[in-house]
Ligand binder design. Structure first.
Ligand SMILES: [Fe+2]
Ligand SMILES: [Fe+2]
Length: 186
């Protein structure tokens, strides 16, 4: 696996200043949560800095880029292009940085969540939602929850995400609904 400085510099070269700052904020929360929940800090740190590495690929080439990385997109992802960077980013990090499966899955599910998430997947999802660059109230509420109970914070944030998508007439990814159902039934 490539070392941290290499990953950091590649990510920096691919993102705007604002998006890179977001990535650093997510990395810092990943480290914080990893320490609380006994997750490998080095893995969490790398996943945090790299999770949005392909976020700024232009919309016109997102589907092509995914195909070239061997990523299969579902019907919703082909319409909601904002979701694609998660799956594509995971494969990019596997090929370019040598990230392990558990790390790639944390990137793959950082936008939608999934059923029965691993600790690394949970802390990455919540780090993305609760970095210091997020200024909305729900982010602060989720941050306070996440330090005490990851599942409570996740359920809270899935609910908000589903509400926001509905209000904005956006497609809901089935993984988000599955994640929500899974946490309610646990
Ligand atoms: Fe993202
Ligand atoms: Fe992000």
């Amino acid at each position: 696996m490539e070392n941290f400085d290499y990953v950091y510099n590649v990510v920096k070269s691919k993102l705007s200043e604002k998006r890179f700052y977001h990535s650093v904020c997510v990395m810092e929360r990943c480290i914080e949560y990893a320490k609380i929940y006994g997750v490998d800090v080095e893995k969490a740190k790398l996943v945090g800095i790299a999770h949005d590495v392909l976020k700024e690929t232009p919309n016109e080439i997102k589907i092509k880029e995914a195909e070239s990385l061997g990523v299969e997109l579902d019907e919703i992802e082909k319409k909601a292009l904002g979701l694609i960077h998660a799956k594509s980013g995971a494969e990019f990090c596997r090929k370019e940085f040598g990230f392990s499966d558990d790390m790639c899955n944390a990137i793959k599910y950082h936008t939608t969540g999934t059923e029965n998430m691993s600790l690394l997947e949970k802390i990455t999802y919540l780090a993305d939602a609760t970095g210091v660059d997020r200024t909305y109230e729900e982010s602060k509420i989720a941050y306070d929850m996440a330090k005490k109970d990851l599942d409570e914070a996740l359920l809270y944030f899935f609910k908000r995400t589903i509400e926001w998508n509905i209000e904005e007439n956006k497609l809901l990814h089935l993984d988000t609904i599955k994640s929500y159902n899974f946490l309610l039934n646990r």
